[in-house]
Design a protein around this ligand. Structure first.
Ligand code: HEC
Ligand code: HEC
Length: 209
């Protein structure tokens, strides 16, 4: 009797373990599928090589969650873009359409995944004179929330040092045109910048390799 019960218990326990490992296996497969879809533009580990696609590997988990949620709810602008890789029938799409079908759980898992990667800085040209000017503006107006030239992911304010210039430039315009919600405290500092000051800032961020 005792042995039978023990065997029964062992069977039950291993069945439990088996279904648990099946669940974890299915999760991992789901995550891989999602990541494959993201890699079509953001590349492996989120280290995008196209200047219009932001590098997302190494961004903080809360920042990625909040941006994907903003796209999902369409409170952040979604410029149309083309898939870089893959044989998708749909050639053009945007981040709002991409984020729409993601569940909260998908978003959390994706954020965790990319937050665990290293931010690989883009290698791009810059003007050293403008970069010097940009450093002063950054230290005066931006360093408070984007510390160490905007390289600290845990500030939850994105990453500026080494991010692609064309992408950052587009975000500057989106902030300006109020197509992307600004942190309320960032707004007054940002809105008083003129075009040359913005160019200088972009050259400063591009100087980090
Ligand atoms: C068709 C190309 C494409 C695909 C596929 C794609 N993205 Fe994007 N993603 C972009 C572009 C372009 C932007 C910048 C959009 C903008 O201007 O706001 C972006 C922006 C982002 C941002 C915000 C970055 C920042 O610095 O604020 C995150 C996070 C992100 N994508 C995550 C993902 C995830 C996760 C997936 C997969 C589920 C994915 N993307 C799939 C092209 C793509
Ligand atoms: C009071 C804090 C604060 C200040 C000051 C500030 N920012 Fe920000 N910034 C933020 C926050 C918070 C976010 C994330 C907002 C979001 O998720 O949309 C952000 C996001 C950004 C982004 C988008 C990053 C990405 O990956 O898409 C850029 C670019 C940016 N800031 C540039 C600047 C510049 C340039 C200055 C100085 C002129 C500045 N910020 C000053 C808080 C600040």
């Amino acid at each position: 009797m005792k042995t039978q019960r023990t065997i029964g218990f062992v069977l039950l326990a291993s069945a439990g373990l088996f279904s648990l490992s099946l669940t974890i296996g299915a999760w991992a497969a789901d995550l891989n599928k999602l990541v494959d879809a993201c890699s079509q533009c953001h590349e492996r580990d989120g280290a995008s090589r196209d200047p219009n696609m932001p590098i997302i590997g190494g961004y903080s988990e809360p920042y990625i969650i909040s941006s994907l949620t903003a796209y999902k709810n369409k409170i952040r602008s979604c410029p149309e873009i083309e898939y870089l890789h893959g044989d998708k029938k749909v050639k053009r799409t945007d981040m709002c359409r991409i984020a729409k079908p993601l569940s909260e759980e998908d978003i959390r898992k994706l954020a965790q995944y990319y937050a665990g990667k290293k931010f690989r800085r883009a290698n791009q040209d810059f003007d050293p004179e403008l970069a010097k000017k940009g450093q002063q503006i950054h230290e005066r107006d931006c360093e408070k929330c984007h510390s160490q030239a905007g390289s600290v992911a845990s500030d939850d304010s994105g990453i500026l040092a080494g991010q692609w210039t064309p992408y950052l430039k587009q975000q500057f315009f989106a902030f300006y045109a109020e197509k992307r919600l600004l942190d309320k405290k960032m707004k007054p500092k940002f809105n008083k910048l003129d075009k040359t000051e913005m160019e200088a800032l972009l050259n400063y961020y591009a100087s980090f390799k």
